[in-house]
Each structure stands twice: as C-alpha cells, then as structure tokens.
Ligand binder design. Structure first.
Ligand code: SDX
Length: 433
C-alpha cells in the first residue's frame, strides 16, 4: 500500500508558553487529519478520545463513509451500485485488490475460493464439543481461531503470498463453518460444499438441504443472500475491524485476528444488533405497541434502545438500510410471507423519523434494521444473524488486515491513558490493613 496523504498545513497548539506545530494531512475525501504522533514527545501530553469519536487509527484506501450524506463507497464504488450490479465475490476481489476483476481475474478468483471451501475433517469434531444450544457465534469464534492449527503453512503476515492464501481460506471457509454451526444447533447432519455452486447458493444449500430430499435453490433467496453479504462486507474502522487491526498489529496470524473480530462483532451495539433488532420487533409485535417502545427508547432512565437505529458515523440514512428495505419487500413478496414484522418495522421507522428526539439526535435506521426480517424469511433463526454478518465481514477484515500489513507507517497498536488511580504507596502487611 502506497501512503497517499498530502500535507495541507499545520495546526498550532499552545500549551502554557509553548507552541507546537502539528502537520495537517488531507486525503481523497472526508475530514482532514491532524497528525499527533509527536505530541507526547514535544509536549509530554497524551490525547484522550474514548470511543475514538475524533480519532483516526490509520490511513486506508478501502472504504469511505460520508455520514452526513449517507454515502458508502468501496474503493470508490457506491454501495447501492455494487449491491444492484455486482455479486459478493466481485466485491471481495474489489476490497482485497482495489479494482473490480476483469473476466479472467474473476474466473481465477472464484475457482481459487471454490477449492478452499472444504474443511479438514477433524474440524467437524470441534462442534461435537459444544452444547447443541450454544450460540453459533461461540462456535464461530472458537473454530475460526482453531483453523490456525490446521492451516499453519500460510501464517507469516510479512509474506504477501501467505497473507493471500490465508485470506482466501478465510473467505472460502466461513460459509462452511457457519453452515456447520447452524446444522449442529438443529441436530441435522453437516452438508459439504459443492464446487459447481456459486458462493451464496452453496451456503444456502449447506444450511438448508437435508439428505432426505433434493435441495431446490430459490434464486430470489440466493440473490437476497448475496446482496446481504455485499451490504455487510466492509465499513471503515468499525469496532470489529479495529479489533482485527489491533490484534493483527502484533503480527499475529489472520485466523487469530479474525477470531478476535468475530468476538467484537458479537456485541449488541455492533453486529449483534441484527439479532437484537428482530427480537425487539417480535417483542413489539403489533403497530399499536410502538409508541410505548419509542417512549422507552427516549427515557434516559430506561436502558432500552431502538435496536437497528443510530450510528456513530451515519447522521443520515444508512444507504445499506435502503437497499435492505427494498430487498425485504422483494423476498417477502416472492415467498408470499405475510409477517407483521415488516409492517411494525416500517411504522416504527416512520414514527421514529418524525419524532424530534430521533431527528435532533440524527438517529436513522442502520444496516441491522431490516436485515433480520429478510434472514427470518429465508429461514434463519435469530441466533444465526450475527454469524451471517461475520461471514460477510470476513472479506473486509482480511482486506483491512492485508492493507495494514503493507502499510509502512503501521506499528503495534499500544494506546496510552490518563491515570486516576491511587498514587504511589508502600505495601502494607495483612496485620496493618
Ligand atoms: C453496526 O461502526 C460501524 O460502522 C458499525 C456497523 C458496521 O457495518 O460495522 O455499521 C454495524 O454496528 C450498526 C449499529 C448497530 N447497533 C445498533 O443498532 C444498536 C442501537 N444503536 C446504538 O446503540 C448506537 O446508536 C450506536 C452504538 C450504534 C452508536 O453509538 P454512539 O455513536 O456511541 O452514539 P451514542 O450511543 O453516544 O448515542 C448518541 C445519543 C445518546 O443520547 P445522549 O446521551 O446524547 O442524550 O443518541 C442516543 C443515545 O442515548 N441513541 C439512541 C439510540 N442510539 C443512540 N437512543 C435510542 N435508541 C437508539 N438506538
């Protein structure tokens, strides 16, 4: 990765009688940055920014979000165009290599991934160790980390070829692992991938086919699944991607870093929100109960939040939510599913967007608001929703990791702090405490 920031000027910081000049850099789009690398050396001060609301952790050329406009670009291409015109494997290639693949590149990439979808058969035994009612994300965090025990031949992150091979393995094997987590949780036999199937169709077949009858793919569901993967593929330096980068900054291998990312994504404020959102819609149940939940969401003394609403970066509609809403209608119409969930979601969105609390705080539906309705209609239990998010985000995680490992300015991540604990004091024996 060639570093491309441009020096734009300097920021002057006055501390006591000392003035420090800090460089300001500009990128292709988005806010300029003040480089504070030398702040401590020159002033003896740290910065403090819990949650990193004003702090950039890296230079990246993969994804850009304009939160005010509600725009999401992957290597410059708008997410709505990718969702409508590309497929997930093309987006994986774009994220990793920086350009849309030519036909021969696309063929070679698909073939390479296809021949990495199988798992070492001993990995199946890992699932036997879990309780049947284990959360599938627990199975994913465990088995993805364990892949390193079976594929140790490409874990040197300083070797681009080894990074590529482990990245391909992760993108290719996540569907096989995710389908196994699902099959194990419902007590059905594991299904092997088929090399003649596309990525999304292969995954749906591994999840929903049973030995007792032939599996009949539904092209509308296959297309919806592929679209959902595209919409979840990458998203700048979100919590789980930052976790993957921080873990990877120690030089650890991609399997460990991605396993850490899976654990971070699991949280209800992040990737776990799609499960929490559908459970919230199911709990609301009917349109007449919405006002009470909106009231609770605004009540500071009530920990309840409208899941699927709000975002650290988007202060406008999450463009992914718009595509997701359209896809939800297509899937429900095709399946002839009459679920009150979509009506509750649409009414909740309408009420919330007209409520001054949500308007003032710029809280809009995010990627998780409609995704659960589609996944529920396809047949997944809510416990699988975040697994599907992790499956798709693996493309972004390995691309961001690959970019970091090529970035000459990157060092091991080691934040500092402001200490407010006890001042130095001497040990006191138990008799004198
Ligand atoms: C994802 O970062 C990413 O890019 C993530 C993601 C990705 O693709 O990787 O986009 C995926 O994680 C989407 C977000 C999914 N999470 C949810 O839907 C959970 C509900 N949303 C919130 O918890 C919250 O909006 C966050 C976590 C998403 C954002 O949190 P922030 O940026 O720290 O904002 P905040 O919690 O400080 O909220 C600002 C204000 C607060 O009120 P005040 O303290 O200022 O009075 O808005 C309120 C919050 O109480 N608020 C909400 C709310 N979200 C924020 N109030 C009610 N319901 C909500 N959903």
């Amino acid at each position: 990765m060639e570093n491309k920031t441009k020096l734009k000027g300097t920021a002057k910081l006055q501390i006591d009688n000392k003035t420090v000049e800090l460089p300001i850099y500009e990128g292709t789009a988005g806010p300029d940055v003040i480089d504070v690398k030398k702040l401590y050396a020159e002033t003896g001060h740290f910065t403090l920014d819990p949650g990193f609301t004003s702090t950039g952790s890296c230079e990246s050329q993969i994804t850009f979000i304009d939160g005010e406009k509600g725009e999401l670009l992957h290597r410059g291409y708008p997410i709505d165009q990718l969702a409508e015109q590309a497929d997930f494997i093309e987006v994986c290639y774009l994220l990793y290599y920086g350009e849309l693949p030519k036909r021969d590149e696309s063929r070679a990439f698909r073939r390479a991934l296809t021949y990495h979808t199988m798992l070492d058969s001993q990995i199946d035994k890992f699932f036997e160790g879990f309780r049947r009612d284990s959360h599938p994300m627990a199975m994913m965090a465990g088995t993805v980390g364990a892949l390193s025990a079976f594929y140790p031949d490409a874990m040197d992150v300083n070797d681009p070829e080894q990074r590529r091979l482990s990245s391909y393995r992760l993108i290719a094997k996540m569907p096989t692992l995710a389908a196994r987590a699902y099959k194990y949780s419902i007590g059905q036999p594991f299904v092997y991938p088929r090399n003649e199937l596309g990525y999304a169709e292969n995954f749906l077949r591994m999840c929903f086919s049973v030995p007792a009858e032939d599996y009949v793919p539904n092209p509308v569901l296959t297309d919806a699944m592929d679209k959902i993967f595209i919409l979840h593929a990458d998203h700048e330096q979100n919590a789980s991607t930052s976790t993957v980068r921080l873990a990877g900054s120690s030089g650890t291998h991609p399997f460990a870093a991605v396993s850490a990312g899976i654990s971070s994504l699991w949280g209800p404020s992040h990737g776990g929100a799609n499960q929490a959102c559908l459970e919230m819609l199911q709990e609301i149940g009917t349109v007449d109960r919405i006002p009470d939940y909106v009231r609770r969401a605004k009540d500071k003394s009530d920990p309840f939040r409208l899941m699927g609403f709000g975002h650290r970066v988007y202060k406008n509609f999450d463009p992914r939510a718009k595509v997701m809403q359209k896809t939800a209608r297509e899937v429900l119409d095709d399946l002839g599913v009459k679920t009150p969930l979509l009506k509750v979601a649409q009414e909740l969105e309408k009420i919330a967007l007209e409520d001054e609390y949500f308007v003032e705080k710029k809280l809009y539906p995010n990627v998780d608001f409609y995704s659960g309705i589609i996944l529920n209609a396809i047949g997944f239990p809510t416990s699988m929703f975040t697994v599907l998010f992790a499956l798709a985000r693996t493309a972004g995680w390995v691309s961001q990791l690959n970019e970091m490992n090529q970035d000459k300015t990157q060092r091991i991540g080691r934040p500092r702090q402001i200490y407010t604990g006890a001042p130095r004091r001497d040990y006191v024996s138990a008799d004198h405490r």
